[in-house]
Structure formats: structure tokens, C-alpha cells
Write a protein that binds this ligand. Structure first.
Ligand SMILES: *[C@@H]1O[C@H](CO)[C@@H](O)[C@H](O)[C@H]1NC(C)=O
Length: 391
């Protein structure tokens, strides 16, 4: 017995140690997997974030950008369909989040392993906006459901839920609803007052957010509307403004942005685990338009690529109605690339602002917080917030 006891004791110890070390290794491994695992990135929107989905649909030349001089700065070998001289905001965000460029959903060779981009130039939150010429938000949500099913088949429903709940959902949409959908659509203006129309757009956007939440989405980022009235195309069609911004368009953008912020802060109270990052693209861009040299720009009124007053006649290659256009020498000095879209430089600067920027530009979370799970604000930030609320 005396001999047996230490033997079995040692034996038990050995089994215990080996079981424990297996558990420790498993824990370490699972921790490493969790630590390495990245949040996926799903993007919904219009030309501000379209990486080339419109290359694959039947639409008008104005809604495509897969021809020169789009993409002329050479970051991508050939024009990709991005409405920019190079990259767009979501390309920079993917880079900051240590992931590759997120591919267009409709690209047959797309690798969905880090997420998918559903955005489509010309698309609206309302399905009536540019009907039949773009992939509207409703259809983008249907495509997301296809990807959701694909994830479940590949990872099992538990694995798919993990991906869905840890992913960041970025939405950039609404400009087309107010431009072509309302200001360029007298019939819609007869049917709905501006307040009513903003209510419809925001109502449909809210519904989309709630649908995504019901499917398990938790982390949302929003690119708010820019000062739409300062787009070269709107400066050009407003003779009374004499080179100023079209106030009617700016008012719609501001009304939309204010309504969105109040919806988001309500959802924040109502939906458990809901986290969002909203941005103030309106004031941020207005500041660059008014003070270009403070930010390294030389030209903030005229488009780099276009023709007519302010380069506001929408033509920049392709087979548009007006074929001729002028092109500036250095797009990096311009705020506006074409009559509707900012340059890569603006995309990059705003990406930096919403990734890790100050509270004036982004909040309550910035995108870095959403991607890297920084749940808790520091004491210094809380103190700052209190001061902000007081004054
Ligand atoms: C969504 O938009 C449609 C018009 O396209 C409108 O009739 C409907 O009321 C809107 N939905 C919400 C929830 O606001």
C-alpha cells in the first residue's frame, strides 16, 4: 500500500498536470483565435462608398465610374468603378482596421472573408430614388441576407452569428434621395413637404437599422450627409446664389442629419447592445470648403473634372451626354473630384477623422472603438463629456 499510494498519487498528478496543460493550451489557443479574429466590415450606401458594384448592373453612364479619368492617381491599376481619383473612405477604414480592401458584392471573384460592400452609385434609401438605375437600400439588405445564409452554410449558425454580431455595419446614403429624388423631382415636391419627405427617408433608414439589428448586427457607423448645396453641380444650377451654396439643399442635409442623430440616440436607449458611431461630415466639409488652405487644399469650389461653371456640369469621361470635360493638373489640391464627389484626399482626411478623431467629428464611439472593442471610455473622457454637457 505504501508503494501503491505514491505511485497512484504520481500517476494522478501526471494526469492532472497533463489535463491542466491541455486546458491551458486550449485556453491560450482560443484566446489567440479571439485576439486575432477581426470584426468583419459590411458596407451599404451610394456612390460615396461604391467600390464597383455598378460595373455589374444595367444603368446609365452617370452612375458608373469604371473608365478614365476615374482612378487616375494609379493606386488601383485600372479604374475600378470608384467615384474618386483613387480610393474612397471605406478603403482607408479597412486599411486602419488591418484588413484588405472590402470587395463589391457583385464581383464574381469577390472574397467575402473580411466582409462585403453592397453600395451602389445613385442608390437611395427610398426605392423610388433613381428607380431602376441603382441598387436601392432594400435590395442591398436582401443581398446581405444572401451573404448571411452563405456564412451560416460555411461556419454553422453559431459561427455565422459570431461574425454578424462582431461586425461593423457602415451606412452612407441619403444624398440621392434629396438630390434626384426630391430637388430634381417636382412631382415628389408636390406630393410631400420637405419635413414629410425627410421623415420618410429617416423612417426607412431607421427600419433598415432595426432589421439589421434583428439579424444580429450591433455595431453601426454612419457617414452623415455633406453640405449638399455646395456640390459643384448645385452651385452651377442656382443662378441666384451667384457662386454660393444652394441653401435649400443644405437645409435638407442638415434636417436629415439632425433627425438621424436623434433616431440613433433613441435606438441607443431602446436596443440592448446597440453601439454607434455617427459623424459630422456637414461641418467638417464646410470648414474645408471655407478654409481650404488650412487643410492643404488650393481649390474648394470648382471640380477637378467637369465642365461649365464650377465644373458643375456632370461629365468626366465615359459616354455621358456631354462628352468633353476639363481635368485639373493636381487632384490632390482639390476638394471636389467631379461635380458630385470629393477627391481621394478628402476621403482620406475624413476617414482619419472618423477612425480616431475628436468628438466634434465623430461620436459617441469612433470607428476604431467599434473595430477593436474599446467598450469603456477612460475617466478623462468621461470628465470631458461632463464638461461638454455643462457648457
Ligand atoms: C418608407 O418610404 C415609403 C415611400 O417610399 C413610405 O411610404 C413609408 O411610409 C416609409 N416608411 C417609413 C417607416 O417611414
Amino acid at each position: 500500500m505504501r508503494q501503491h499510494f505514491p505511485h497512484s498519487y504520481l500517476y494522478n498528478m501526471a494526469v492532472f498536470v497533463s489535463v491542466m496543460s491541455t486546458i491551458v493550451i486550449l485556453l491560450l489557443k482560443s484566446h489567440m483565435v479571439l485576439g486575432e479574429k477581426q470584426a468583419s466590415f459590411f458596407i451599404f450606401g451610394d456612390s460615396s462608398v461604391d467600390p464597383g458594384n455598378n460595373n455589374y448592373i444595367d444603368t446609365i453612364p452617370e452612375n458608373q465610374a469604371n473608365y478614365k479619368p476615374y482612378g487616375q492617381n494609379g493606386y488601383f491599376k485600372d479604374p475600378t468603378g470608384r467615384f474618386s481619383d483613387g480610393r474612397i473612405i471605406v478603403d482607408f477604414i479597412a486599411e486602419y482596421a488591418n484588413m484588405p480592401i472590402i470587395p463589391p458584392y457583385l464581383d464574381p471573384s469577390a472574397d467575402y472573408s473580411h466582409g462585403v460592400n453592397f453600395a451602389s452609385g445613385g442608390a437611395g434609401i427610398l426605392s423610388s430614388t433613381n428607380l431602376g438605375q441603382a441598387i436601392d437600400l432594400r435590395t442591398q439588405l436582401k443581398y446581405f441576407e444572401v451573404v448571411h445564409k452563405w456564412l451560416s452554410a460555411k461556419l454553422g449558425s453559431f459561427g455565422a452569428e459570431e461574425v454578424i454580431s462582431s461586425a461593423v455595419y457602415f451606412l452612407s446614403m441619403g444624398s440621392n434621395d434629396y438630390l434626384g429624388g426630391y430637388l430634381g423631382n417636382p412631382r415628389m415636391q408636390e406630393l410631400h413637404s420637405p419635413e414629410e419627405y425627410v421623415g420618410m427617408v429617416i423612417g426607412n433608414l431607421t427600419q433598415a437599422i432595426q432589421e439589421l439589428y434583428m439579424k444580429g448586427a450591433r455595431k453601426f457607423g454612419f457617414l452623415s450627409l455633406s453640405p449638399l448645396g455646395c456640390l459643384p453641380v448645385l452651385r452651377a444650377i442656382e443662378p441666384k446664389a451667384a457662386g454660393g451654396c444652394l441653401e435649400q439643399a443644405n437645409s435638407l442635409a442638415l434636417a436629415h442629419n439632425n433627425a438621424l442623430e436623434s433616431v440613433l440616440s433613441n435606438l441607443d436607449h431602446l436596443l440592448k447592445g446597440f453601439k454607434y458611431s455617427n459623424s459630422n461630415f456637414f461641418d467638417w466639409l464646410k470648414d474645408r470648403i471655407n478654409n481650404p488652405s488650412n487643410y492643404g487644399f488650393k481649390e474648394s469650389v470648382n471640380a477637378c473634372c467637369g465642365t461649365g461653371p464650377y465644373g458643375g456640369l456632370f461629365t468626366c469621361g465615359g459616354t455621358k451626354k456631354v462628352a468633353t470635360y476639363e481635368l485639373c493638373d493636381n487632384a490632390g489640391e482639390y476638394v471636389w473630384w467631379d461635380s458630385f464627389h470629393p477627391t481621394e484626399r478628402i476621403h482620406q482626411q475624413f476617414a482619419e477623422a472618423i477612425w480616431a478623431g475628436p468628438r466634434d467629428d465623430v461620436g459617441p464611439f469612433n470607428l476604431r472603438d467599434l473595430f477593436f472593442h474599446r467598450e469603456d471610455a477612460t475617466i478623462a473622457e468621461l470628465v470631458d463629456d461632463n464638461l461638454e454637457n455643462k457648457f
